[in-house]
Design a binder for this molecule. Structure first.
Ligand code: NAP
Length: 281
């Protein structure tokens, strides 16, 4: 498994799992738990959730899935901006821990910028760290100017989780490089494009046809993930509630894209030529 290095020296797998929309359906619950457990077994041990997902239902399901696997998992959750005051962060982190059935998070993120002064949220995060409830903290949906502001407050942020896939390449213009210079890991969310459109693009299919994995012909999903993972310092967190898709996603790390592949993909999804404001889902 490829890895990324956090600024505290810890290395974690570059391919993890997202959990948005997981835990919402009783009918899918068993499959969702099984696919998370299979992913952890396959080495995709970074599990990303948030208090906002299904109003805590995603965290509850993750808690069930990792009950016997907690020490194998790098567990990430997020505080909703409206809860990101100093007191709010203390209270909401504890509520997340309860749903997750654990006494600590490996990483706690501010989900996006809030009306609360950033310095107050950071103070809340640092208190949680001092109390041993979180190992590290980070941010999400922070653009270059937000990261600049954060620089003036603290150098404790270890990760910035942002939308990054072939359809949304704006961060390549500046943010990706700047995060790398700060030793802040970029966590790429929606790496598969979320709604399925990216995976049906003819360029994706053409590139997929040129590759094989140990389980057979490559898929467009594997190309989408290999493309995100071609960058050092970038961690991808695809979501799936299906064992079949999970096994497919896990094998994406076997694929090395060639210069020809990158040219084909660049032609279909051009890289940014100017600053673009950060896209968000
Ligand atoms: P995504 O991972 O790009 O795509 C998920 C979709 O792809 C699901 O419909 C899934 O369906 C499907 N899929 C998964 N593997 C597949 C495969 N091999 N072949 C075909 N389809 C496949 O989108 P996302 O859930 O938006 O993003 C991933 C994670 O990032 C989220 O779950 C969440 O943890 C995080 N996120 C964070 C933010 C933020 O603001 N920080 C925003 C959005 C997302 P199946 O379940 O049926 O496989």
């Amino acid at each position: 498994m490829r890895t990324v290095k956090l600024k505290n020296g810890k290395t974690i797998p570059a391919l993890g799992m997202g959990t948005w929309n997981i835990g919402d359906s009783g009918a899918r619950r068993a499959d969702e738990i099984a696919s998370l457990q299979a992913g952890i077994e396959a080495g995709m041990t970074v599990v990303d959730t948030a208090e906002m997902y299904g109003n805590g239902r995603s965290e509850t399901l993750v808690g069930e899935a990792i009950a016997d696997l907690r020490d194998d998992v790098y567990l990430v959750s997020k505080v909703t901006p409206s809860n990101a005051s100093y007191e709010g962060v203390q209270k909401h982190c504890r509520a997340s821990l309860k749903r997750l059935g654990t006494d600590r998070l490996d990483l706690y993120l501010l989900h996006w910028r809030s009306g609360v002064p950033l310095s107050e949220t950071v103070r809340g995060m640092e208190q949680l760290q001092a109390d041993g409830l979180i190992e590290d903290w980070g941010v999400s949906n922070f653009d270059v100017d937000d990261m600049d502001e954060l620089d003036g407050i603290s150098d404790g942020c270890v990760a910035n989780q942002v939308l990054y896939n072939l359809e949304h390449r704006g961060v390549e213009f500046d943010l990706l490089g700047e995060d790398r210079e700060r030793e802040v890991v970029t966590m790429a969310y929606s790496p598969l494009g979320q709604d399925g459109e990216l995976l049906t693009n003819p360029a994706m299919r053409e590139v997929a046809k040129r590759h094989e994995t140990s389980a057979g012909p490559a898929s467009a999903a594997q190309i989408a993930l290999a493309w995100v993972l071609r960058q050092e310092n970038v961690l991808a967190i695809p979501k799936t509630g299906s064992i079949k898709h999970l096994r497919e996603n896990a094998l994406a790390t076997e694929i090395e894209l060639s210069q020809d592949d990158l040219k084909t993909l660049d032609a279909a999804f051009p890289s940014p030529k100017r600053k673009m404001s950060l896209a968000m889902i």
